[in-house]
Design a protein around this ligand. Sequence first.
Ligand code: ADP
Ligand code: MG
Length: 236
Amino acid sequence: FNHKLQRTEKMKIISDLAASVAHEVRNPLQVTRGFLQLLGERTDEQHQRYLHMAVDELDRAAGIITDFLTFAKPELDEMRLLSLAEEMKQIEGMLAPLATMEGGALNINVPEHLSFYGNATKFKQALINMIKNSIEAFRTDGVIDIWAYEDQGKVTIHIRDNGEGMTEEQLARLGEPYFSTKTKGTGLGLMVTFRIIELMQGIIEVHSRKGEGTEMIVRFPVAREEAKDLPDRVRA
Ligand code: ADP
Ligand code: MG
């Protein structure tokens, strides 16, 4: 027992350290991004293209750090009542332009009234990881459909793409750390996504067929107004 306890303490030190390094690295990335954008406003088209690529790569680095940070410190610090429609609006604002740029479309159709308990930032991170995978799986005329409804006390969210899909072997390895079929992949995205969903008492189901597309279904317990019925750690 003692030995185990020591190990846990060591793990905590390592994960705190990893989290603070990741956190500190994000700031200079953000500052660099700002200066590059300033430069972009006063230079010719050719150089603008380079600056654009530099900003994209910085964003990629920031995304990897965000996933890594969640991996190192997966606790959800602030849980509150989330409106699915509101969160999806923000996600749409961030990812619809990317889908368009990749020659596809992102169709989001969720009703106004669905809510559940969770951490807003982490929830968006989980969905962004999934939707980005769908965009990265685009063939020609990529379409991502997202819709939601209440079913048996669960807020049920579907994310479906018509992209390249997965083989059964790939499907079985989904969420395994470092499993990636991409040259620039990290294989951290879905592992983090699955962890976040689990921490928010959610469950996820994945269907995929090679050459046809992928559908992920996420379910969270519906939140009713009476917060008093909730266990302590999910109270806002
Ligand atoms: P990464 O995106 O860095 O490769 P992820 O954990 O996000 O890591 O995904 C792991 C792997 O799962 C991907 O490399 C890809 O092979 C597969 N995958 C995930 N989502 C999809 C999808 N919507 N369509 C096809 N393949 C997918
Ligand atoms: Mg990914």
